[in-house]
Design a binder for this molecule. Sequence first.
Ligand code: ZN
Length: 212
Amino acid sequence: MLAADFLHLQESVDIVNRWADIFHLDIMDGTFVPNISFGFPVVEAIAKVAEKPMDVHLMIVHPEKYIERFAKAGASMISFHAEAALSEGSDPGEILDLIRRNGCKAGLVINPDIPVETLFPYLEKADYVLIMSVFAGFGGQKFIEATYERVRAVKAEIQRLGTQCLIEVDGGVGAANADALAQAGVDLFVAGSAVFKAENPETVIRAIRGEA
Ligand code: ZN
């Protein structure tokens, strides 16, 4: 939703309600990432009209402080950055548990410069992992090609463990790379600019699904 038209938010919400599967909401605090996006008033407004689950991606320091509030605001899925938790001395596993106790699916995120092995100890606790395919903090960036190899490495470990953990990618995702990402093992595709800046968002979403 970061790429949505905030003066006409209902139109962007309608696009997701009609053609997509989840709302992906990027929450930035100006500290973990340099940028600031939007907060509870916007999340709650979208929740009132969302007909699809809301996936809240926390790009914030001390994510554990805000889990309950985002769950109450209507999130069904909440993810946070492993590197944020680890640098603060928090245990990502405990935050994943906290998210689940609040009734949400729990996700762990890493930026492109964090080794994928960072995720491995948590693959049995996480419902999904989000492998950033651009650096967290800004919309509209170019997809990083090394993402394919990173997805394959995480997928191999998930299969080795025999867990149900899903893989999500976020950043620079569109019709041009969705098929190759799916083959690498991606389950959930976050597309912002590719959809909302398109002439025909439905066509783009269908293409990402592999229907076109
Ligand atoms: Zn995101």
